[in-house]
Design a protein around this ligand. Structure first.
Ligand code: MN
Ligand code: MN
Length: 461
């Protein structure tokens, strides 16, 4: 406890010389580009495949056998990726696993989104994940995703990211007419059914029935080969249309949409790309659907991890069911997800002895949960002690982090689903300000410390 209390006072800054700070800033240049370029789980998965391909990772479909040192890429449904570097130890003795999630809160289009009202065409949305609805009107939005035609063709859509692209937006009520709205509770001020995005206002000539919507559909048909019915088999997401940016005159922070949890995805991705010839197999996993409860066949409540490990063991010539169970049970994992940094604008919700601070290093969160640790994986202290030692020996600055004061709210991560297999797991990630907002803030040094921590864990734990 005393050591932890001391750790709380340890900012990353004094321990780093000018040269090391430069290296950490440089690492974040790549991170900022990544956040600007990829804003959906599908786009992150594609980027992981590209970068892993460049570093010699081979798709598992193209591999017949596996030996120590091999680098393997596994993907599922275009929304999940796994990178493995095979160790010299037999697989059934366990893996070192780092899991992050690559979905982020956003506004999804409904299956029948388009309608016309009051001289405008709009798109209906259904929000995804825990958003504060008032944060989404009155800003530029980009449309990302895929539309799948009846013949199976997949049409990719990214509108609103180039400087000469149009954007979309959700109008907010002017203050002059918002007397009633302003008196409502914040959770009720913006109704979910009023999160409709403006998509056009020009009518199709010679058209009497919904001429503006008809014109928009004609443009979609001409420019993307998308018909209105095709939108029923689509995943289209509205996300903030702006780039990730450096924050602060000292450029010490990163501001962007989607840092929960792409900050851990990027830092663990950069780490696994550098892992060479580990003793225990390193497995870096990027999953979907965490923000809505890890459900579905791309979320961690499915048999995803088990199927991936079974596939690797199958390629290694081991189809023994008991070996698979052993491999899972003897593995160690970092649940790489973000925590809340103490926010000077809202100090009342934080207990400063145990909450995490910006620029104080990667955060180890022994337990999450709410109302008395409910739904938490409470990491075993024997395991946490080994992680402490690993990080201290590798020069990784870390801090403890509990999500706010007890009984003020709470939250969970995928750690509980990983623990399901019997493996050891603890939450370990970056502290953010404004988590789940359209512009979350992280410290560049914390991003870099997460990378160092994940690398030490996958290379030599
Ligand atoms: Mn998260
Ligand atoms: Mn989240």
């Amino acid at each position: 406890m005393q050591e932890n209390a001391k750790k709380k006072d340890r900012s990353c800054w004094p321990g780093l010389d000018e040269e090391k700070i430069k290296v950490a800033y440089k690492f974040n240049d790549g991170y900022i580009d990544f956040l600007t370029q990829v804003k959906t789980e599908r786009e992150v998965t594609e980027q992981i495949c590209r970068l892993a391909g460049d570093k010699g990772f081979k798709a598992i479909e193209h591999i017949d056998s596996i030996k120590a040192g091999d680098k393997i890429l596994i993907t599922s449904k275009g929304k999940v990726a796994a990178l493995a570097v095979i160790g010299s130890q037999p697989l059934e003795e366990g893996f070192n696993l780092v899991v992050s999630h690559i979905d982020s809160p956003r506004l999804d289009l409904k299956a029948r989104p388009a309608y016309e009202a009051d001289g405008m065409a709009l798109l209906k949305t259904h929000y995804y994940g825990g958003i504060k609805k008032y944060q989404w009107p009155a800003m530029p939005l980009a449309l990302h995703g895929v539309v799948v035609k009846k013949d199976g063709r997949v049409i990719k859509v990214v509108i609103g990211e180039s400087a000469d692209d149009p954007v979309f937006t959700i109008s907010d009520l002017l203050p002059h007419l918002a007397k009633d709205q302003m008196e409502k509770k914040m959770s009720e001020a913006i109704n979910a059914e009023s999160l409709n995005a403006l998509v056009g206002s020009r009518p199709q000539s010679d058209c009497d029935n919904d001429p503006i919507k008809t014109h928009i559909m004609k443009l979609l048909q001409e420019q993307y080969d998308i018909e209105e019915d095709d939108l029923t088999s689509a995943e289209l997401q509205l996300v903030p249309a702006y780039s990730a940016r450096e924050v602060g005159l000292d450029r010490s922070m990163v501001g962007a949409y989607g840092q929960d949890d792409r900050v851990c995805a990027y830092s663990s991705l950069m780490a696994v790309l550098e892992v060479e010839q580990p003793i225990r197999t390193a497995l870096c996993l990027f999953v979907d659907k965490e923000e809505i409860g890890s459900c579905g066949n791309t979320g961690l409540q499915s048999l995803l991890i088990e199927n991936i490990v079974a596939e690797i063991m199958h390629k290694a010539g081991n189809d023994n069911y008991y070996s698979l169970r052993q491999a899972l049970a003897l593995s160690s994992a970092l649940s790489a997800d973000v925590n809340a940094a103490v926010d000077p604008n809202y100090p009342e919700v934080f207990e400063k002895m145990n909450c995490s601070f910006l620029a104080h290093g990667v955060v180890i969160t022994k337990y999450t949960g709410s109302r008395g640790k409910s739904s938490s994986n409470d990491a075993n202290p024997e395991f946490v002690a080994r992680i402490r030692r690993l990080f201290d020996e590798a020069g990784v600055v870390w801090q403890v982090g509990e999500l706010g004061k007890v009984d003020i709210g709470g939250g969970g991560t995928v750690a509980q689903y990983i623990a399901h297999y019997g493996m050891e797991v603890v939450d370990c990630g970056v502290a953010l300000l404004g988590m789940h907002s359209p512009f979350e803030v992280a410290s560049k040094l914390d991003v870099y410390m997460a990378y160092l921590g994940y690398k030490a864990f996958m290379q030599k734990f």
